[in-house]
Structures are given as C-alpha cells and as structure tokens.
Design a protein around this ligand. Sequence first.
Ligand SMILES: [Zn+2]
Length: 138
Amino acid sequence: MSSKIQKPLPRVDELHRPFWEAARRHELVLQRCRKCASYRYPAGPTCPECVSDELEWTRVSGRGTVFTWTVFHRAYHPAFADEVPYAVVAVELVEGPRMLTNLLDCLPADIKIGMPVEVVFEDVTEEIRLPKFRPVSR
Ligand SMILES: [Zn+2]
C-alpha cells in the first residue's frame, strides 16, 4: 500500500535549474565562485567566502567520502515506510562541499566514516534524477 504513495520531489526553481538539468544527464555540477574559486552546496546567489555574485556551474568528480550518517528507524513520510531502517549520509565531496544523500548497494551496518563513495543517479521521473552514492574501492 505504502509503495503507491509518491515520495516528495525537489522543486526545480531558477536558482537550482542548472543542478537538475545536469543531473538529467547524470552529471554532478556545483556552483563555483569566479573570484575565489571555492565550491559551494547548496546553491546560493552569493559566495559565502568572499560575497561575490559571479559564479559558474562546474562539473565535479562525483567522488567523496562518508563524513557521517544516521539511521532512520521511523518513517516520517508514509512513502518511506517500506524502506526503514535506512541511512541518511553526509558525503564530503573531494571538492569540499558536503551533500546529504543515501548510499545504494550498502546496508546501514556496513557504512563507515571515511569510506570512499561515488555518485550514481536514480531516475525518479523524467525531470528528476536524484544524486545518490555507492561505495567504491580505491
Ligand atoms: Zn568567492
């Protein structure tokens, strides 16, 4: 029954459109400041380091490591009822920013801080492909 309930989807607004358009191509892009070259995520209109509003969307490696994680044992939305317990993971990209995401092909008991991961895209709808991660061996 719960599998018929739709999970909430991200709303694609003007600020985030380049991120979601790249995700449709299975590419991970982040905003990079043209002035100080720092990457940022989530997206914003100005650089948190130098306050410049000159930015470019830049494709990043899609590689990183597990910074931390937690396991949800309770469904806070009915569409997730079939998935508990599931892990929500903070991945630190090699470019610096951290993304909240899920790990595929990995049980919560097997997650370790510092484990190397790479991005993989989950095709949810025609418009939305969610960046998730999976373990890699280095
Ligand atoms: Zn900057």
